[in-house]
Design a protein around this ligand. Structure first.
Ligand SMILES: [Zn+2]
Length: 392
């Protein structure tokens, strides 16, 4: 198809603008000459684009470089406070929302405990958080990114099924757009967490990364070549419900033998109660305490949970040959002994040539990863939102 010349020019302009902006965002400071070198655009084009970005308030001049030999040049950087985004994490025992600047720095956080709210009540909690954050001093706001549990259709912003919240086919993005008149992105919380760890973890822009979130449930997000891989139905990375071995324990998905029934925080707590004969189920802090004290039964159960996870990750490495795996979530409190159990089992369940270079490390951002990833996703492939915000 031939585009009219004017449309083609417009596209080229937008492409150049995004290219220059991306280069500025990815470096703390840079110069027009460096941008020209990195983007292969002409100096004149770069200067024109930079002038436009400065006019938008997105880019600023921050002084002169002190390069040895060469001519000093004017340094440019992003203006982190030029725009704000909202990120939401709906996957915990509390809902957390935050205003985030363009460098991923959290400006304000609101938490609301969730005590079994579901359906409309849970939605009302989301509104309560967003009413406060959209009314705050941080302006202009350019979008809302949501990390929600369960199966999500990200393209249409629909929560297909989030069991704990009793949301089914909930058009969350549409509801929030109508209420707040802002663009909204909704994605699975583990996928959002993966984006957060990736974007703010210092990875090369085209790296591969798997981020596994091990809490009450287990999920993961897969980035291939720096892009989130969601699969054909949006559920890529849902490793919590792959069969590891049939322990005849009923999973919340209705089947038995899922990884979640073997390796999640919930599974550990349940098994510990059964095998210790305790009257009550312990919370994760109490289990952590027993583990740190060296209680043999607790250590056995936690480390076996790590091994089961390692087997599942070995299968993943066998299929994807990924070298960087990050684990996040409440189970990371069991530290190196748990990680080592995962690593050993991972190495035993795939070819040595593929696993020997695979690193399994804890994440750096805790629950903030989901918030930062959900908000970063709004700008991931398209900076257009940055340029249509003047009326908000
Ligand atoms: Zn299951």
């Amino acid at each position: 198809m031939m585009l009219p010349q004017k449309a083609t020019q417009q596209l080229t302009k937008q492409h150049n603008r995004d290219l220059v902006l991306k280069t500025i965002i990815e470096s703390q400071e840079t110069s027009r000459a460096e941008i020209a070198r990195a983007t292969k655009l002409t100096r004149t084009t770069v200067s024109d684009v930079v002038a436009g970005l400065m006019e938008e308030g997105l880019v600023q001049e921050i002084g002169m470089s002190t390069s040895l030999g060469g001519k000093p040049s004017i340094l440019l950087s992003l203006v982190p406070e030029a725009r704000y985004l909202i990120g939401l994490n709906l996957a915990q025992d509390k809902f957390v929302g935050a205003v985030v600047n363009l460098r991923g720095e959290i400006k304000e956080t609101i938490e609301m405990p969730v005590h079994g709210e579901d359906g409309q009540q849970a939605l009302d909690l989301v509104y309560a958080i967003l009413d406060q954050l959209t009314g705050s001093e941080w302006k202009p706001l350019i979008g809302i990114g949501v990390g929600a549990p369960g199966l999500i259709n990200t393209r249409e912003g629909i929560v297909i099924n989030a069991v704990n919240l009793e949301w089914q086919d909930l058009p969350l993005a549409k509801l929030l757009q109508q209420r707040y008149h802002l663009p909204v992105s909704v994605m699975n919380d583990s996928q959002a967490t993966a984006i957060g760890e990736f974007v703010y973890g210092g990875y090369n822009a085209r790296s591969n990364l798997v981020v596994v979130n091990v809490t009450h449930g287990i999920g993961s997000g897969i980035l291939i070549g720096g892009k989130l891989f969601q699969g054909d139905g949006g559920g890529a990375g849902e490793i919590g419900h792959v069969l590891v071995f049939d322990n005849h324990r009923l999973c919340r998905c209705g089947r038995t033998g899922c990884l979640e029934t073997l390796a999640s925080a919930q599974a550990v707590a349940q098994r510990l109660r059964e095998e210790s004969g305790a009257a009550e189920i312990l919370d994760i802090d109490e289990i952590g305490h027993k583990f740190a004290q060296g209680d043999p039964l607790t250590r056995k159960i936690v480390l076996e949970a790590g091994q089961h996870l390692g087997v599942a990750l070995g299968n993943m490495v066998g299929m994807l040959n990924i070298k960087n795996i990050i684990v996040t979530g409440t189970m990371t409190r069991f530290g190196q002994p748990w990680l080592e159990a995962i690593r050993q089992a991972m190495r035993q369940s795939a070819l040595a040539g593929m696993t020997q270079e695979t690193k399994i490390e804890p994440g750096k951002l805790d629950y903030r990863a989901c918030i930062l990833g959900a908000s970063a996703h709004l700008l991931m492939d398209d900076y257009a939102l940055l340029f249509s915000s003047s009326e908000n």
